[in-house]
Design a protein around this ligand. Sequence first.
Ligand SMILES: [Zn+2]
Length: 359
Amino acid sequence: MSKIDSHLLLNDNQKTLLQSVNIITVEWKSEQQSEAREFLKSNELLPEQILNGNTKWRTRNKNDRKNIIKYLYQCTCGSNVSAHKDTKGTGKSQVQFNFVECLAHVEITVEKKSGFFSKAKGYFEHNEECKKALRIAPSILNIHPSVKQMALDLLTLNASSIQILNDNQKFVEQKCQSQVIIDNYRLLLKPSDISNLTREFRKVQLKINTRILVEYSLENIFGKSDNDDKIDKFSLLKEACFHYQAKTKDSRLEVGLSTKEQREFAWNYGHQNILLLDGTFGICNRKILLFIILVLDKKSQGIPIAYFIFTPPSGKCVQSGYNYEILQKFLSKFKEALGTKNDVSFTPKVFNYYYLILF
Ligand SMILES: [Zn+2]
């Protein structure tokens, strides 16, 4: 009995049927790449064929290993999606073909460095109903790669969804003569595209999975347990974090951040000098308070040197969620993080009137 990949969306009947079918494995060496492409092409499995959205193959998993990537594809006519209807973010049905229990699926192994296809393993035969299945919804066109890149560039600059949509609209009007489809790609972005791109951006660029609870992400980044993967992924954030306390039933969430560069600014412009503290409440759709410590440079321009992020104590509203104790706690933690220079500890001269005594 062969093991069935758990990423395939199958019903019980399909699982039983798959036990008795012949799974085929084809392997290619580097000099057999044209054969590999020919084989994949005849099964509509070349990456460019899958990407244009006209095939029935749907990506079920991407297993990124050290030297290889394994892509798992499944025929959409055999994808038992109703079993996964609770998946977050899938409000609208994406089904384009009727479900007819087709068993076709394949895992393709690609060498990372060379991009060579080294193996295809699976069941390539579509059942009769699948071959006859009619499209019940138009194919979903992919976003044009350039349009996607433009949106991702704007996300890097912290642009809002509205700014990205406006920019895209202008681009389509002015540079594409209002044409919205080119070469089977669409050019006009929808608000849902921005949500998807933002999620992808966070996952790829910031290594944060927004499909899991925020609490888990925070614990994952700032929590005590360290593994090599985490040190590598979040090294910058971890290095900047001088205080972290997870939110529990009895304690509030507290995060103190200051990068190495900011700590140097603190010493250069804040030691024996003026520090300013600015507070703002409800900075996102959560009840979060943010306090920023600023120093003034030679041109009297404010430079943020530390951020205190915390939630109000339970039962309190955001505006009254801070007091002397919490700010003092953050400030002393920050002072600890600044350490000493020439045996002298960090000491501001004036700290915007009354908070000076907190240091
Ligand atoms: Zn099929």
